[in-house]
Design a protein around this ligand. Structure first.
Ligand SMILES: *[C@@H]1O[C@H](CO)[C@@H](O)[C@H](O)[C@H]1NC(C)=O
Ligand SMILES: *[C@@H]1O[C@H](CO)[C@@H](O)[C@H](O)[C@H]1NC(C)=O
Ligand SMILES: *[C@@H]1O[C@H](CO)[C@@H](O)[C@H](O)[C@H]1NC(C)=O
Length: 709
């Protein structure tokens, strides 16, 4: 026991002798993260230069830096004679601790030097000095000024000769000392404690996580960002120094980030939000998107809309929406296709639009997000930019990147799949977001108030935006704490039809189903709600009103109604005897989609209702029939040229027409009041000899398909 306490005593003593010095002129999010990690591991830190103006060039990372040496020099004076004090000097915006002081000190002592600098792969800022650098057997060769550790008196000696300007290079200063044998300051570089993010992987063990450097097979004490993801520090910052946290959210915050939910808030006290909607390419199910926008849980009187519609294709929908709902909003601004505004320029205008009271501005670009998140993610307090996770149905394609490659393009992070599939839930610092995100108004007026964030000579608008946000030290977050919706597939969207969404059954099947399949179809599939008005004639809901209306309008738009005009009719025995006024699915190039519909929605229910019968819903004939008193009011008794037939009513009896219905002669049984969106299903060629009852007023439409195994 005495041994152990002695050991503990030594341990405490030694870590007590460590002081971390860092320069930070602003309390950025990166700095906050650094501080959090330092506190977690119990480092003693002293911050130099806070709130001082920074005299360096922000965009050239390592140019300048002399200010840091000046600040360090003055701070070290008071420690000059503390022989035992070990000082770690480090950058902080793009650095975090991954381990505690004991390990750091152990590694420092192993290096057997008075001062140890972190090493870099590249020489900066003066490349001509390369020849003077000693060769190293492995590891990095060049000095970096971002982090070094040493005894206080030695460090003091190192910087006491500094007479440079604030904008001179600190790195060059240290490099010259390192390379000058006259100075006789023993400086040794080593990769023993500081590691670059892309060399590091995370090892998850139960609820613990530890970073490991694969290159050197060591456990880093500090990790620093580098390259395009410098400040985001890749996704490592999400886990280090601690396990990711679940955060309790709030829906609306006031100017100081206090939650306003849970209080009875007067609507006129709620902050203004601005929603930017950017329609940058033809987008399916746009009408559904607008419907969802209407259901957003936020008072419209406190909401402003900014709509940039680049597409002629959506002009009517946007105009109609503005006409019908514009007045409900606090303000609404539309930039139409005529104005021929570049997308990046429009987004810039949108972001800069009305300055004033608004706190959050939210963005949806392009608007293929759906269902539109009715719960706004809640970027309280320190979240300045946050995106709700949306991905394609059942796919890994989403609106964020977990990591960047060192060149700044997409890289899959170790946790990407888990976050998309919501196996890990939380709020994540990520380097790239798109499609939908929220930005704090205050941030737009401060950190991000510098020119067009979306403009870049090389990058697309989304990548440009993210790069600019990253460069300005603002963190982007992604939340997957709720299911916020999904992204549509925009490939294969045809715009040549009247109702193009009808053709989306392959590309966006879930959205297609939601828009077109009757809400009670699933109940019917379970055998509920299925009626049998005549023997072996089943009757169940299949289409929404919208599906019926769009199909009829599509046919009327095509317009080539004819009586048995289709060659196929004559091939089918019996059918030519009873020609109808119709348009076939193949005439509007809808047969592939119709076949898919039959296979997906009719086949399963057929097999339920006629047990032992299996169908691949092969069909020769599928068409929409029009009955009118003055054209063709009825159909004489006939057999269908099919094993079974479906007959879907496409409009409302009593509203759109009178009369109509279907009579099965063998059973002396009629279905007289067909319900819109419901289908009849009955056997074809043998037992169910039937006739179409006369339509006495208006126009009646039905969709008929003759089906075989
Ligand atoms: C550094 O700043 C001084 C004055 O503040 C200026 O004269 C000089 O040109 C600057 N040097 C560089 C390299 O920017
Ligand atoms: C679906 O079924 C329920 C219960 O029978 C009914 O109340 C509802 O109106 C039906 N929905 C439609 C669109 O007909
Ligand atoms: C058919 O049914 C109607 C009433 O539903 C009835 O009046 C008529 O007599 C029936 N005809 C035959 C042939 O059974």
């Amino acid at each position: 026991i005495p041994h152990i306490s002695l050991f503990l005593f030594c341990f405490l003593l030694s870590t007590e002798n460590l002081l971390v010095l860092t320069v930070a002129t602003k309390e950025t999010e990166g700095f906050t993260r650094f501080k959090r990690s330092a506190q977690f591991f119990n480092y003693k830190i002293q911050v130099l230069g806070l709130d001082e103006e920074w005299h360096g060039e922000d965009d050239k990372a390592a140019a300048g830096g002399g200010q840091k040496v000046r600040l360090l020099k003055s701070a070290l004076k008071q420690h000059a004679d503390k022989e035992d004090l070990i000082i770690l000097f480090t950058e902080s915006y793009d650095v975090l601790f991954a381990s505690g002081p004991a390990e750091l000190l152990k590694k420092f002592k192993q290096a057997k030097s008075k001062v140890v600098f972190s090493a870099e792969n590249f020489i900066y800022p003066d490349r001509r000095l390369e020849a003077k650098y000693p060769q190293v057997r492995d590891g990095k060769r060049f000095l970096g000024s971002g982090g070094f550790i040493g005894y206080a008196p030695n460090l003091n000696k190192l910087v006491e000769d500094w007479k440079g300007q604030d904008n001179d290079s600190d790195q060059l200063f240290y490099t010259n000392i390192f390379l000058d044998p006259e100075k006789r300051v023993r400086v040794r570089e080593s990769c023993c404690f500081r590691h670059t993010w892309y060399e590091v992987v995370l090892k998850f063990e139960n609820s613990r996580v530890r970073a490991r450097n694969l290159l050197y097979d060591t456990l880093p004490v500090m990790i620093h960002g580098n390259g395009p993801t410098k400040l985001q520090l890749n996704y490592l910052g999400n886990y280090i120094p601690r396990i990711w946290t679940f955060e309790t959210g709030c829906t609306v915050c006031d100017e100081d980030g206090r939650s306003l939910t849970g209080y009875k808030v007067r609507t006129d006290l709620l902050p203004f939000i601005l929603i930017g909607i950017f329609i940058e390419q033809p987008t399916p199910f746009f009408s559904q998107f607008l419907k969802r926008l209407q259901t957003l849980h936020y008072p419209k009187k406190r909401t402003q809309l900014f709509i940039h519609n680049h597409e002629e294709h959506h002009r009517l929908q946007v105009d109609t929406f503005v006409k019908e709902h514009g007045k409900e909003y606090h303000a609404i601004k539309v930039i139409g296709p005529d104005e021929q505004l570049e997308n990046a320029e429009a987004r810039h205008l949108g972001i800069m639009a009305p300055h004033g009271l608004q706190i959050w501005k939210s963005f949806t670009c392009p608007p293929m997000v759906k269902p539109f998140p009715t719960i706004f993610p809640s970027p309280c307090t320190h979240r300045q930019v946050i995106a709700p996770l949306v991905s394609r149905h059942g796919k890994l394609w989403s609106n964020f990147w977990g990591a960047l490659s060192p060149e700044g393009y997409y890289a899959r992070s170790e946790d990407y799949v888990d976050i998309v599939q919501r196996r890990r839930v939380g709020i994540w610092n990520v380097p790239y977001i798109s499609n939908i995100y929220l930005i704090k108004g205050k941030t737009l007026r401060s950190e991000l108030d510098q020119g067009n964030l979306f403009q870049s000579s090389k990058l697309d608008a989304d990548m440009a935006f993210c790069q600019n946000v990253r460069d300005r030290g603002v963190f982007m977050f992604l939340t997957n704490r709720h299911s916020f919706g999904h992204i549509l597939s925009l490939e294969n969207y045809e715009t040549t039809h009247l109702h193009n969404d009808l053709w989306q059954i392959f590309s966006n099947p879930e959205d297609w189903e939601e828009k077109y399949i009757h809400e009670n179809y699933t109940a019917a599939l379970k055998g509920k709600l299925v009626e049998m008005p005549c023997p072996d004639v089943y009757w169940f809901p299949i289409f929404t009103d919208t599906a019926c209306d769009e199909l009829v309008e599509e046919m009327e738009n095509f317009g080539q109604w004819s009586a048995g005009g289709n060659v196929d009719n004559r091939i089918q025995g019996g059918y030519e005897n009873v020609p109808t006024i119709d348009i076939h699915m193949n005439q509007i190039r809808f047969e592939r989609e119709w076949y898919k519909f039959l296979l997906e929605y009719i086949a399963p229910i057929t097999e339920k209702l006629y047990p032992g019968y299996y169908t691949k819903t092969q069909f020769e004939l599928a068409f929409v029939v029009r009955y009118r008193p003055d054209e063709q009011p009825s159909l004489v008794p006939h057999h269908d040229a099919s094993t079974f037939t479906i007959n879907i009513a496409l409009n409302h009896v009593g509203i759109d027409y009178e009369g109509g219905g279907c009579r099965f002669l063998r059973y002396n049984c009629s279905v007289r009041a067909p319900r819109k969106g419901w289908t009849l299903m009955h056997p074809g060629r043998l037992t169910h000899y039937h006739e179409g009852l006369p339509t006495t007023k208006g126009t009646r439409y039905i969709a008929v398909s003759f089906l075989d195994p």
